[in-house]
Design a protein around this ligand. Structure first.
Ligand code: AR6
Length: 164
């Protein structure tokens, strides 16, 4: 679907965060604004406990004031031209997020187009990786039951429309 992920009443929405979990622009900024200060506090607690969130991994917090019950914060790779394992790291960001959702037996999880904004990952390749990773995971696990790709910009919306 297209639109703003912060309005979705899912079991979890996924945040395209940074490793420091410090909030930022793009979808991360939008999620923190909509969730309220409790989200930054929860991220600070994770930082204190484990020092942040490495690229390709994911952590879970409550949803604060969001309609979503929880936020899965994952960190996609910065695109450096493709020679730094970026495709596999992006795949891992999707799989790590889904593993948390599976662990919590979530029904519905929504993803933004991770890494395709500030981090500069080519959108076409990112769409292929995202769809393949989610398909692979859902084929092998019982949860989540449903995954939504939320496309915010027109280019991603057209790419996902053509593929799904
Ligand atoms: N709902 C859904 N998708 C959105 C929204 C929204 N409200 N706003 C933007 N997008 P980006 P990244 C889309 O830059 O590339 C942050 O500063 C946007 O169109 O948010 O992974 C973090 O703190 C794009 O397709 O994330 C990190 O430092 C997608 O979200 C860094 O940016 C991802 O764009 C992460 O960069």
């Amino acid at each position: 679907m297209t639109g703003d992920i912060t309005g979705l009443a899912a079991d979890a929405i996924v945040n395209a965060a940074n490793s420091a979990l410090m909030g930022g622009g793009g979808v991360d900024g939008a999620i923190h604004r909509a969730a309220g200060p409790a989200l930054a506090l929860a991220c600070a607690e994770i930082r204190r406990r484990q020092g942040g969130c490495p690229v390709g991994s994911a952590v879970l917090t409550d949803g604060g004031n969001l309609p979503a019950k929880a936020v899965i914060h994952t960190v996609g790779p910065v695109w450096h031209g493709g020679g730094r394992n970026e495709p596999e790291l992006l795949r891992q960001a999707y799989l790590s997020s889904l593993a948390l959702a599976c662990d919590k037996r979530m029904q519905l999880v929504a993803f933004p187009n991770i890494s395709t904004g500030v981090y500069g990952f080519p959108k076409e390749l990112a769409a292929d990786i995202a769809i393949a990773a989610v398909g692979e995971f859902l084929a092998r696990h019982s949860w989540p039951k449903r995954v939504i790709f939320v496309c915010f910009d027109r280019e991603n919306a057209l790419l996902y429309q053509a593929r799904l």
